[in-house]
Design a protein around this ligand. Structure first.
Ligand code: MN
Length: 253
């Protein structure tokens, strides 16, 4: 049950985007005063090389510690903080969660979402699993989420992991330019199947950076899929934002 939640995703926080970080920290502070629950649906960080980065000294590690401390302050003020893995921070682990005072959410997960007596079963996901037309990415995704692969990766020295992630990020930037926009969006059939299996007529996800509300028929009733915006306050025009629940209905925050 998520009571009076606010949802965000795809902040891609890193030292290279100081204004986005500042905006995110201000948002977290405001959230404590306005909401009972904060739900982060993936890609809070631009990349996460492992929880041992909390002991390391690059500018990105400073960002990691700063954000963990901000989440911890929220938790200490009574806000329930939930974090789902994105494709970029799939290695957020138990130590991160404990330091941040957060619980890690599985992907996908169905939660009762509401802000009053009315709650609606809602499918929550980062969203990348439904971009099924990008078959090369789906293969990579399976590997990146395989516990044995993760253990082997985390056994490498931190500097080496950082370098490998840097290569993967550069490669994925190139891929994005090559692939048609349609391939990088979710597949409607994959969404319909996931919502049907979950018994949910409402869904919230991020990942695609295509914020919006999509209403469509699903087994004879109306289903609604909300897509969260990504955040970037270091380029013009600045973008970002959240979703909340007003009178039992999801609405832009
Ligand atoms: Mn993503």
């Amino acid at each position: 049950m998520l009571r009076d939640p606010v949802f965000i995703s795809d902040l891609h926080l890193c030292a290279q985007r100081p204004r986005t970080l500042a905006r995110a920290l201000a948002f977290l502070d405001e959230t404590a005063a306005r909401h009972a629950e904060l739900v982060i649906l993936g890609d809070l960080f631009e990349y996460w090389p492992g929880d041992d980065s909390l002991d390391a000294q690059t500018p990105d590690d400073d960002v990691g510690r700063t954000v963990v401390a901000a989440l911890r302050r929220l938790a200490d003020r009574g806000v329930a903080v939930s974090v789902m893995h994105g494709n970029r921070d799939v290695l957020l682990g138990a130590r991160f969660a404990e330091a941040a005072g957060a619980r890690l959410l599985p992907d996908p997960v169905v939660e009762q979402v509401g802000a009053g007596p009315v709650t609606i079963p809602t499918l929550l996901s980062h969203g990348d699993a439904y971009c099924t037309r990008d078959t090369a990415y789906q293969q990579f995704r399976l590997q990146a989420r395989d516990p044995r692969f993760q253990a082997a990766f985390l056994a490498r020295p931190l500097a080496e992991r950082r370098a490998l992630i840097g290569q993967a990020r550069a490669q994925s930037e190139q891929e994005k330019q090559r692939l048609a926009a349609e391939i990088m969006d979710v597949t409607p059939e994959a969404i319909a199947q996931a919502m049907r299996e979950a018994g949910a007529a409402q869904m919230i996800h991020g990942h695609t950076h295509l914020p919006g509300r999509h209403a469509f028929p699903l087994d004879g009733r109306e289903a609604v899929r909300w897509v969260l915006p990504d955040w970037d306050h270091d380029t013009e025009p600045a973008r970002g934002g959240s979703l909340q629940v007003v009178d039992g209905v999801v609405a832009p925050g």
